[in-house]
Design a protein around this ligand. Sequence first.
Ligand SMILES: Cc1cc2nc3c(=O)[nH]c(=O)nc-3n(C[C@H](O)[C@H](O)[C@H](O)COP(=O)(O)OP(=O)(O)OC[C@H]3O[C@@H](n4cnc5c(N)ncnc54)[C@H](O)[C@@H]3O)c2cc1C
Length: 610
Amino acid sequence: MRNLRIYLSLLVASLIGCSAFQLAGPKASTSTSMVQSAPPRVAAPLYLSTTTTTTTTTSSNNNSSISSASKSNTSNNKLHDLNVIIAGAGPSGLLLAHLLLQRGAKVTINESRPDPRVSTAKAALAGFAYALGVGVRGRTAIQRVDSELWQTVKSKGNECDRFRLYVGPFSIKLRDSSVKSKGNIILRWLTGRRNTDNVEPSLLLYQADLCISLMNELERRYGSSSSSSSNNNRVKENTEMEAGNGSGRAGGVELNPEEARNTANQTLSEDEPRFSLNFQSRVVECDLERKRVVLERTRNETVLAPYDLLVGCDGVNSIVRNAIKTASVNFTAEKQTLPGEFKVARLNHTPPKLDPNSVALIIPKSGSCTAFMEPTVNGSACILFAGRGGPDSPILSSYVKPRGKQDNKTAALAEILLECFPLLEGADLEEIAEQLIAQKPGSASSVVCDVYHYNSSVAIAGDAAHATGGVSGQGVNSALLDSVALSDCLEKYFDPTTKESSLEATLLAYSQRQVPEGKALYDLSFGPKPRGLKKVLYSLRAVRDTLFQGRFGIGRPPLQTLLTTSVERFSSIRRKMNFYYDSPFPDSATFDDWITNVHAAMKNTTEEKL
Ligand SMILES: Cc1cc2nc3c(=O)[nH]c(=O)nc-3n(C[C@H](O)[C@H](O)[C@H](O)COP(=O)(O)OP(=O)(O)OC[C@H]3O[C@@H](n4cnc5c(N)ncnc54)[C@H](O)[C@@H]3O)c2cc1C
């Protein structure tokens, strides 16, 4: 009975469009509660392009969030006088570096981890192991640099537009572009509805491969002055770095920690390279007023680096976000650890009983842990096991009891895997078991912030600003979109002759652009909590959309498909679902006022402090 309940909840979860691993999330919608006092009104910044970009057929896209990739690739010198430090070489930080360098800025990326290109398998598993689904939003964002960059990324992944749910002996196609409805043309003609079968495929690739492609291209394009070895900017190529022995430095001045905290602003020397990528270079402190960060390169080496603009692309546990919180009581950020745990296994081949061309959500025969399989490049696959964790879940716990004749942990876990997931028969279960035993279970977090910037000094992007812990399957896509939005705002507002005020306008515009998107994605990811009749209607709607997916003019694509295959703004999708939520999603003007209000309050506090 307990299992049945789990199956049903997972089924519903998948029906309403949850991705990688659906865990019970925090209460939705609280995030959109707003400051009620009448805000001082300032001119709302111009919004970015609202042009539709893709060939998707799933929505009207009249409120698109990204401008066309084919429109133009900006390559100019508008930002030549701007010194940007990016904390974090994840997808958002690396794409932002591309976009800013293309516009002439000076960019230094500081990444706390070792270079993934030289990491051992274990280090790779710890950080970048899982496969991401880069949908049309992420693809369009990357194409904003140019289509060559997208081609490079694409070559590392596997395009896939099918999604199956495996429940016991049943395999349900939740999304499959190869399924063409009979009579569809006639019904389309009768109903005036467009064919929703031709969805854009997602690119499934390991986070490491996405990051490595972006890094390699950064070096290839800006390499003459880029990256890091022991003397300024060559990417570390030795594994010593992993033991914390690296001595890379770039974009800063070496000081001991005490000096670093007390020394006045340092200026970069003339021959500083325009682009630097430093691994094992952790941002440990941010002085937001004097615009400089303290970087820890090794235990004994601390570097002070000045900047014009600091961008925290440093993930859910962002140091930069925490620095804003410390600097201003008016900045509100909420981070919550989501219930449940996960582990990841990489396979050289897709298990023979599973469709090698479909993403698969597999409901277990026993136990509460589900498996989410993504076919990755060259016939390989990534399986994410997710569930409640704890001692009752041997797949996720690090303790596996020997059982029966099996006194060997690996063999015992392989047996458990087969019992829970008979569809994995034929896969190298011992290899999977070994990988699982070697890992600590991971957990995911959600993040919600009221603004994504502080004065003229700092912006935050990606998971540092908003996260849904993999639940929406849009984390990386929305992170990449932040980078596009920030670089577009800089392009529009930055003026080297009025650096500080134009940076302030830039960052306010960026928050006004992206905060509603982050909040909407949060609401959509964790869903509404309708009651009574609304609940019934909501469930019926989910079933209808899953079965018909907009075919025959009935319903519309399920939420997950809509998020993955269209570039319609998250806030627009969320507003269309207002009926099911406790409170309607605020309109753009309300958001603008709210964010302007917070911005003014942060500025006032800073001025009072100074
Ligand atoms: C299990 C799982 C599955 C997921 N699946 C999907 C999916 O299918 N599709 C999708 O779109 N999203 C998915 N996501 C979410 C996605 O991984 C994130 O949203 C995305 O990686 C965010 O990118 P980012 O660049 O903002 O941050 P991150 O990828 O977290 O990168 C942050 C970087 O900053 C570095 N860093 C941290 N602190 C510091 C510091 N103090 N100094 C310097 N560097 C620092 C980190 O080492 C890291 O490299 C998933 C997430 C999880 C956990």
